[in-house]
Write a protein of this length. Structure first.
Length: 376
């Protein structure tokens, strides 16, 4: 639990010291705007009721105090209004929106094989604590397997819906297919598919993807997973100029099926950083890369960087390889992990689904909140 050790008024702000030694100045306008009392924030919807734009310019405090062992901050305003803030909420407001934790562990083949993320199907379906563990493993490593899953469409969908609702795309919601070219995508063939992320042609690429191989009467077809965040670490350290160009050049992706009236296009950098400089998303799909040109010298530098990324993505030491079989469901972060599949001969039936990034994070956020409330 977050604790405050000191609070003092500093002109038009309050300086707050946290137990971890960090400090921050919270402006009086910010504090008044974020008051959590029932007249300022709806107690059920948690929506702001306060008219932010009607706040006076000369806000002043009459009193200030820490309470409950430093877990709360109480403010008495000069106009008689009172505000109480939880220390944890103040700390949370300083973190970039959408970041659940900094506990991210990048990996190569040897490392992930030694600490493999998996949970049991029956335990996952019955126990919210196991669900929380499952989602935390996905957050840390970028993926987690659910073992001993019944090899049926119903069980596959049950795993997805245990987390969140299934996302609809041009491929439908839950999908279950063979190499039948139902869609104009190499995933619907038996050809080899190189390391990539899905949805480079979507403004909001699917956050998570689920696979369950329901039948594998074939030779070949081994699946591959690569932690692209580890590739980013390598490039940032060894070739910073090449890393940087991949954060700057927006690469277009496209999906074309004119018979169905579809031509999707989007563009973003291979490495997308957030406002804090943290790597937030990897987008790489050389199959779906649309034509684009830059000034020749810039294009040459981009091509060098793009080729370096592809070389690392195909480095066997960075790839976790596994032939997916009935009973093993994998859910992985499509904004972080690359996936691939070797060519195969024979019959293979694959099921799966997409889940939205914010919905999976929402599920974990609520599970953590409920656990904290039980512990309080």
């Amino acid at each position: 639990m977050t604790h405050l050790t000191h609070a003092a008024i500093q002109r038009d702000a309050v300086e707050i010291a946290f137990a971890d030694g960090s400090t921050h100045l919270f402006g009086l306008t910010w504090l008044r705007d974020h008051c959590t009392c029932a007249s300022c924030r709806h107690p059920e919807t948690q929506q702001r009721l306060l008219d932010t734009f009607a706040l006076p310019q000369d806000l002043n405090l009459a009193t200030l105090a820490l309470g409950a062992g430093g877990t709360t901050l109480s403010l008495g305003w000069a106009d008689g209004h009172e505000s109480v803030f939880a220390a944890g909420d103040l700390a949370e407001s300083l973190r970039p929106v959408g970041i659940l934790t900094s506990d991210i562990t990048t990996w190569n083949d040897a490392e992930i094989s030694a600490d493999f993320p998996q949970v049991d199907f029956d335990a996952l379906m019955a126990d919210d604590a196991v669900l929380e563990t499952y989602l935390e493993k996905i957050e840390r490593f970028g993926f987690c397997f659910v073992e001993a899953t019944p090899g049926t469409p119903e069980a596959t969908q049950a795993v997805a819906k245990r987390v969140a609702y299934i996302r609809e795309t041009i491929f439908g919601g839950y999908w279950d297919f063979t190499a039948n070219m139902e869609h104009k995508d190499t995933a619907y063939t038996s050809m080899a598919i190189g390391p990539h992320t899905d949805g480079t042609y979507s403004f909001d690429a699917p956050g998570y993807q689920m696979f369950h191989c329901l039948a594998a009467d074939c030779t070949g077809g081994e699946n591959v997973f690569v932690d692209a965040f580890r590739i980013a670490e390598i490039m940032r350290g060894d070739t910073p100029q090449l890393y940087r160009v991949l954060t700057q050049v927006e690469v277009p992706g496209q999906y074309i099926d004119l018979e169905k009236g579809i031509h999707l296009m989007a563009r973003r950098p291979l490495f997308r950083e957030d406002s804090t400089g943290r790597l937030a998303q990897v987008s790489f799909n050389n199959h779906d890369r649309a034509p684009f040109a830059l000034e020749p010298a810039r294009m040459a530098l981009f091509q060098q960087a793009y080729a370096m990324f592809a070389k690392l993505a195909n480095d066997r030491s960075l790839q976790y390889r596994r032939r997916l079989l009935p009973g093993s469901v994998v859910l992985f972060d499509n904004w972080r992990l690359l996936h691939a599949r070797d060519a195969y001969t024979g019959y293979r039936r694959l099921a799966g689904a997409y889940l939205n990034k914010e919905d999976v994070e929402s599920r974990l956020r609520v599970l953590r909140l409920k656990k904290a409330q039980r512990a309080a």
